[in-house]
Design a protein around this ligand. Structure first.
Ligand code: CUA
Length: 316
């Protein structure tokens, strides 16, 4: 049974997800039972009431009260059960408990940013404590996106110019994948993030370490830290490091090269050009590319930008 359940649905990592699945299976199995009963009745009637001779006459039957009441009342009860159950689940899913931990979510083409009360912020990774309700207050910088975590059975549109909310309570530490499930342009299918659920003490530690000014971990070389930052900030959604063609220019062999810009001039890709492109992406666009990159002003400090430059230098 467990194997069958996992075959059809992703693991249910919240209590709501289980409630949701129970309803799903109820609809599924009752439909299956009804379908089988109807098909059996059809086959039985075909055989039993087939025309046996040329002189067969169809009997005239006007109605049958017992039968009509039965086939009206049973589906009515079934529909009322579905309504009550579905409504209760919907209410539970859409009302966050008062003590929920709040995280602000910003969606933009094509990444997810998360801002915590402590001042910490992450891109592409949502860190949360296990066993505590978490409420996401979400908005979009550009077009409609949709925040979907299959493991939690939650999905909510993220709309520019207004806030939407969704909440969950992940039981166990672990990782779950976030998809964007509203088509939002070229890299929609790559607009993913991870929910990382920590033990509560570990989460408190994480928050403490990631708040305030971000500085280089002592055990990493600048280029290694740069590589980490590139992943954390989802730069690799649009910039490949192996020469392959994505939404933005590849970084392979980019440092020191000459680039043609959209205004016809050319530029040498050096520290200043990379820095400008991170903070003010629209200022000087490489020919053949669109002005679609979000600014990282306020997201990356100078030390972090230098580390990313060091990383790009290593991509020969
Ligand atoms: Cu964002 Cu699809």
């Amino acid at each position: 049974m467990e194997a069958l359940r996992n075959y059809f649905l992703p693991p249910a990592k919240t209590a709501i997800a289980e409630q949701y699945d129970a309803l799903f299976w109820f609809v599924h199995i009752s439909s299956l039972v009804l379908t089988i009963a109807i098909v059996i009745a059809i086959i039985y009637f075909i055989i039993k009431y087939r025309r046996k001779s040329e002189n067969d006459v169809t009997p005239v039957i006007t109605h049958n009260n017992k039968l009509e009441v039965t086939w009206s009342v049973i589906p009515l009860i079934l529909c009322l059960v579905l309504f009550g159950w579905g409504f209760q689940t919907y209410v539970d899913m859409s009302t966050a408990p008062d003590d929920a931990y709040e995280v602000n979510v910003t969606a933009q083409k094509w990444l997810w940013r998360f801002q915590y009360k402590s001042g910490a912020s992450t891109t592409g990774e949502l860190h949360v404590p296990a066993g505590r309700p978490v409420k996401l207050i979400m908005s979009s910088q550009d077009v409609i996106h949709s925040f979907f975590v299959p493991d939690f059975r939650i999905k909510q549109d993220v709309v520019p110019g207004r806030y939407t909310q969704v909440w969950f309570n992940a039981r166990e530490p672990g990782e779950s994948i976030v998809f964007c499930t509203e088509y939002c342009g070229t890299d929609h299918s790559n607009m993913m993030a991870k929910v990382i659920v920590h033990e509560p003490e570990e989460f408190a530690k994480w928050i403490e370490e990631n708040s305030g000014s971000a500085t280089k971990p002592t055990d990493l070389a600048p280029a290694e830290w740069g590589e980490q930052l590139v992943q954390q900030n989802a730069c690799d959604t649009c910039h490949s490091v192996d020469g392959s063609q994505l939404t933005g220019p590849t970084w392979q062999g980019k440092f020191g090269s000459q680039e043609q810009l959209t205004d016809g001039s050319s530029v040498t890709v050096d520290e200043n050009y990379i820095r400008e492109s991170i903070l003010e992406p629209g200022a000087n666009i490489v020919q053949g590319y669109q002005n679609v990159m979000p600014s990282y002003q306020g997201q990356l400090n100078d030390e972090q930008i230098s580390a990313i430059v060091e990383y790009i230098k290593t991509l020969k």
